[in-house]
Write a protein that binds this ligand. Sequence first.
Ligand SMILES: Nc1ncnc2c1ncn2[C@@H]1O[C@H](COP(=O)(O)OP(=O)(O)OP(=O)(O)O)[C@@H](O)[C@H]1O
Length: 345
Amino acid sequence: MNVIETTGLTKYYGEVRGVEDLSLSVGKGEVFGFLGPNGAGKTTTIRTLMGFQSPTEGTATVLGADITDAAALRDARGRIGYLPSEPGFDENVTGRRLLEYHGSLRGDVRSEELLELFDPPLDRKVGQYSRGNKQMLAIVMAFMHDPDLVVMDEPTSGLDPLKQDQFLEFIRAEQERGKTFFFSSHILSEVRKVCDRIGIIRNGHLVELENVESLLDRTGKVVRANVGGAVTAEEFAIEGAHDVTVSGESAEGAAPVTTESDGGGEDSTTVSFTYTGPYQPLLRHLLNYDLLELAIEEAPLEDIFMRFYGDHDAEAVVERVENGRTDGHDGHEETDSRNAEAADV
Ligand SMILES: Nc1ncnc2c1ncn2[C@@H]1O[C@H](COP(=O)(O)OP(=O)(O)OP(=O)(O)O)[C@@H](O)[C@H]1O
């Protein structure tokens, strides 16, 4: 049984699309990253999965519980940790009091251990907390009952880089203990570090869902070669090479070749391109030149992200044509169920 399973999950806020026709599954022990730009539908998906708002269409189960079955979901919640994007705490009480209260509701088997890693000033009122301290308190609350599944909405927001790394390391250790994670992010580097699979959501639709490594394979390597003498971009139009630029000039059109001087009087040219083929033909080709410098690097995940969101390329991979939507939704403006959520946190 999958830990999370959604089929055609759709949520509209009146006429406003939150998420549409989302089908995905997350298996036990998986770290699933749910990526998307602002307004893509990440929070909507998470809040619907947590039962804070009802879907307009479609179904979903979390730890086997149907999200529209309040009693089943309540039982399942004992095994779920939830880290909201903006924890809504009562600001007039101390962090310690909030932990005690949360522990009495959900259980507390490991807050002491967690507080060694994430250490908000427990005896201060939460209203005086910095954003990062609030986030650390929320992290402790999400994990203190040792849940099997943790659903997290932008979990590292507010944390400083050191704490972010600590948090990601913690996630990896928890995964080794068999825990499952579903988390939203628009920070690609963190997704890359911990996720087994990612889903990319764009304008409410799931765009791409695959193994991070295979996504990187498809995107290819960034090659930058500095060669002696003058060369043209056309010379590097080998199979698998894309977007060839020569000393900053595009391969398209009659690009003039500019050369650089290395200071010793000898000209050289820098050729850059993305490469999606095997190494051998690339290296064979490069060896035809006086190779002065060579760098072959993985494409930054940011580029991949842009490829899926860039207007031109994204169209090639969007699974559904977005024609807008005029029928079938409940026409009911959902009010923010922040109160239910705050009580839950
Ligand atoms: N309570 C609400 N009432 C009406 N519209 C909403 C509500 N919540 C979200 N929306 C709309 O649904 C769409 C998806 O929003 P959502 O917050 O799920 O995106 P997101 O991917 O989490 O964005 P962000 O990264 O900014 O948090 C947006 O157009 C948003 O304006």
